[in-house]
Ligand binder design. Structure first.
Ligand code: NDP
Ligand code: HSE
Length: 440
């Protein structure tokens, strides 16, 4: 075998430890698959004295990020720090120095990925990012290598393991969001800033990355509309079950005549649908292509070893290219060239329609239901069913939940009607709005 391919890795947290374990424990298999030995040459962390889940060979741990990125001996720079900076600058510096890059950082890719890919193209470097979406599921490779013959019309993903774990545990064990989030953090599923898991940002980052591959054009984060799971309560999950639904944080990309509809939000989906069975930290991506029909990819969406597996796949693929002397460019791991791919047309919000589950907290008094349904009616929204739970204890001023399912209606009309209803004196606080996603 030829000389080794040398790896410099920034970050030895959940994912970095997973990759280090794989490189150190499975070096023989990886070398056979790559056609060249892989050497973990340097690993950079912030705190060299922190306890680690893995024992590295002596002398490779450093806190000198600049030194690692500019080390001329390193062939592949693996960025597993997370966040925007210094991750973005390190990746750029590594490419400027002619290194290939592997990253799991969907935040960087969704906000400044195109700057990075263009630079990589100019410099003849590869940027690989399998671990950035859906943890251990090789979904990036599936889009790049498995579906080039397809026009993708829709993909629906459960792309955030932490929020799926939270919704699953809230439904099955009746736990509160904050309690389950703590468990997700302990297990290493959550982002360094866990609000990104809860408010839909992480899933939106991933949707931007996947949509770029699926529709072969740069899609950036601000093209994705997002809502998180923070308002969803156990009551809503119980009501969903009674109505024959399961609540999931969905990431949806669908091609419509008016443009690409890109959105992340909690949604009620039929309890019998395959996606409804994706629970815990599992992720899934349901894709519709004109040749392949419908496919479902399913697997662990976060955690040390599944994500380490995805990063290792990129490292091996890159090492194989380096060893065989193949030309490198950003397009190699994107699956399409950067020239001539303009921006995608985004579907205007005015064109979007949905059925909705809406929970109002309203006083238990005669006429309240009529006032609410009157406002919905005057906004052109028709009601499919109404459920009022319990009687207010202590008189008419205490509030009770009133749940309404609407027929399909324009999203902006429903939002306007809910705002008007919330202004009624008999309605208390914010309502909960959850879309009902139409899935066959
Ligand atoms: P962690 O927070 O567990 O680890 C981050 C690591 O980066 C730590 O080792 C930390 O050092 C190091 N680090 C942070 N800042 C610096 C810096 N300025 N210089 C040097 N080292 C630094 O993150 P994860 O492993 O969970 O995530 C890494 C990336 O992978 C993120 O982009 C994340 O979004 C992505 N990802 C995570 C998944 C998961 O399941 N956790 C799944 C898929 C993708 P120290 O240990 O000393 O603090
Ligand atoms: N925080 C992310 C999640 C990690 O929970 O899905 C995987 O990208």
């Amino acid at each position: 075998m030829s000389r080794s391919v040398k790896i410099g890795m920034a970050g030895l947290g959940t994912v970095g430890s997973g990759l280090a374990k794989i490189l150190l424990e499975k070096g023989g298999i990886l070398a056979e698959r790559a056609g060249v030995p892989l050497e973990l040459k340097r690993v950079c962390v912030r705190n060299p004295d922190a306890p680690r889940q893995i024992q590295l060979p002596p002398g490779i741990l450093t806190t000198d990020l600049e030194g690692l990125v500019s080390d001329p001996d390193i062939d592949i720079f693996v960025e597993l720090i997370g966040g925007l900076e210094p991750a973005r600058s390190c990746i750029i510096k590594a490419i400027e120095g002619g290194k290939h890059v592997v990253t799991a950082n969907k935040a960087v890719l969704a906000t400044c990925g195109w700057e990075i890919f263009r630079l990589a193209d100019q410099k003849g470097c590869c940027v690989a990012f399998e671990a950035s979406v859906a943890g251990g599921i090789p979904v990036i490779e599936v889009f790049r290598e498995g579906l080039p013959a397809n026009r993708i019309s829709r993909m629906i993903g459960i792309l955030n393991g932490t929020s799926n774990y939270i919704l699953s545990e809230m439904s099955s064990r009746g736990e509160e969001l904050d309690t389950v989030l703590k468990k997700a953090q302990e297990k290493g599923y959550a982002e360094a800033d866990p609000t990104y898991d809860i408010d839909g940002t992480d899933a939106a980052h991933k949707l931007a990355v996947l949509a770029s591959l699926a529709f072969q054009a740069p899609v950036e984060m601000d093209a994705v509309s997002k809502e998180g799971i923070e308002a969803v309560e156990r009551f809503d999950l119980e009501m969903a079950a009674e109505l024959g639904f399961v609540v999931k944080l969905l990431a949806v990309a669908s091609k419509r005549d008016e443009g690409l509809d890109l959105r992340v939000h909690p949604a009620m989906i039929p309890a019998g649908h395959l996606l409804a069975r994706v629970s815990g930290v599992y992720n899934a991506i349901y894709v519709t292509g004109d040749a392949v029909g419908e496919i479902l990819l399913h697997g662990l969406g976060a955690g040390q070893m599944p994500t380490g597996s995805a990063v290792a796949a990129d490292v091996v693929a890159l090492a194989r290219r380096i060893a065989s002397g193949c030309r490198c460019s950003a397009s190699m791991f994107l699956g399409f060239g950067l020239d001539g791919n303009g921006t995608v047309e985004i579907c205007p919000r005015e064109a979007l329609e949905s059925r909705f589950y809406i929970r109002f907290n309203a006083q238990d008094r005669p006429g309240v239901l009529a006032a609410i349904s009157g406002i919905l009616g005057s906004n052109g929204i028709s009601i499919e069913s109404v459920v009022q739970r319990g009687r207010a204890v202590g008189g008419g001023r205490a509030s009770v939940p009133i749940v309404m399912l609407t027929h399909a209606a324009p999203v902006i009309a429903v939002e306007k009607a809910v705002e008007e209803i919330e202004a009624l004196e008999v309605v208390a606080g914010k309502s909960v709005m959850i879309r009902v996603e139409e899935l066959e």
